[in-house]
Design a binder for this molecule. Structure first.
Ligand SMILES: Cc1ncc(COP(=O)(O)O)c(C=O)c1O
Length: 340
């Protein structure tokens, strides 16, 4: 099977498995796990933030951040198709009483002007915004990179309004590989950010929230309230440390594979894919030009050994460490057979 459903499906590398087997561990609730501590310190150093907190998922990192930044009953400005809204809004509402002020972006990108508008105080003083959240890369937007200049302009706007800025950087390493902008440069423009080890970097489990020391202390308490305190997590933190070494260097190849996939599909179905918009490792295909639905196409590709998902009415495919250029050619051949 060629599994393009997500970049989360990768299997741990031999070096990760060795590191996991040999990991030095302790009880992280007591702050005693040396491998978790090493991971958190390493990420703080890489991002230029004071501290970091290892979490089991990206969703938990986002939810911990929201709970730490936002008062119950207050709002977050985020792009309408951002993960924190589409997948997490019910979690945010039920776990922390957080609601949203959604802004419709272009391929997932909000403009600073839209944020200025959304930040305007409610004349009745009923709705209060506590946080602006951006997503980089933007998943549903098609793996779109948030340009550093736009982020800086958004930063200026939020600072003027006195509202903190958070980044869901689940795929920030993809953004960095595509743009050449260092992860620390993105991190410098936000109050806090999270990223995932379990996506393009190839680790089996885990994400990390980074920010100022006081924020992370509070976030640690909130992670516990969200039932995310854990014990000998060093067993998997060891794989995350390896992912930080092995992962970033592979991302350019993932991006080239994604572009080739989109180009191959666009040659067969010209209006279905937009290779010019493939900036990182995510490819969306519109099923309409095929006279079909995303669900039907997913089924027909599966029969041919290619796994994809359907998101927002489109076929979604992600490239990752376990997909080779040869796999991409085979996937394109499967799409070609759909035309027959
Ligand atoms: C942009 C974005 N943020 C957050 C998440 C959540 O990560 P996790 O699946 O580890 O909870 C995802 C997962 O796909 C994502 O794409």
């Amino acid at each position: 099977m060629i599994d393009l459903r997500s970049d989360t499906v990768t299997r741990p590398s031999p070096a990760m498995r060795r590191a996991m087997a040999e990991a030095e561990v302790g009880d992280d609730v007591f702050g005693d796990d040396p491998t978790v501590n090493r991971l958190q310190e390493r990420v703080a150093e890489l991002t230029g933030k004071e501290a970091a907190l290892y979490t089991v998922t990206g969703t938990m990192a986002n939810q911990t951040a929201l709970r730490t930044f936002v008062h119950s009953g207050h709002e977050v400005i985020a792009e309408a198709t951002a993960h924190v809204i589409t997948v997490e809004k019910n979690s945010a509402a039920t776990l922390s009483g957080v609601t949203y002020r959604p802004v419709a972006g272009e391929r997932g990108l909000m403009t600073p002007e839209q944020i200025v508008e959304a930040l305007k105080p409610d004349p009745l003083d009923v709705r209060v915004v506590d946080l602006v959240a951006v997503e980089n890369t933007h998943q549903v937007g098609g793996g779109t990179v948030l340009p550093i200049e736009t982020l800086r302009a958004i930063r200026k706007v939020t600072q003027e309004a006195g509202v903190p800025l958070y980044m869901d950087g689940a795929r920030i390493w993809n953004a960095s590989a595509a743009s050449g902008v260092d992860v620390a440069e993105y991190a410098a423009e936000v109050d806090a950010l999270m990223f995932c080890f379990s996506k393009g970097l190839g680790a089996p489990i885990g994400s990390i929230l980074c920010g100022p020391r006081d924020f992370i202390r509070e976030a640690r308490r909130n992670r516990l309230q969200l039932t995310g305190a854990w014990r000998q997590a060093g067993v998997i933190a060891a794989a995350a440390l390896v992912a930080l070494e092995e992962g970033p260097g592979h991302l350019q190849e993932d991006h080239a594979n994604a572009r080739r996939l989109a180009e191959g599909i666009a040659e067969i179905f010209p209006d279905a894919a937009e290779p010019e918009h493939v900036e990182t490792n995510i490819v969306f295909v519109d099923p309409a030009p095929l006279g079909s639905t995303a669900g039907d196409i997913a089924q027909r590709l599966k029969v041919q050994g290619v796994l994809v998902t359907q998101v927002a009415g489109k076929v979604r495919m992600l490239t990752h460490l376990d997909v080779s250029p040869q796999d991409i050619e085979e996937a394109i051949a499967a799409w070609r057979r759909l035309a027959a």
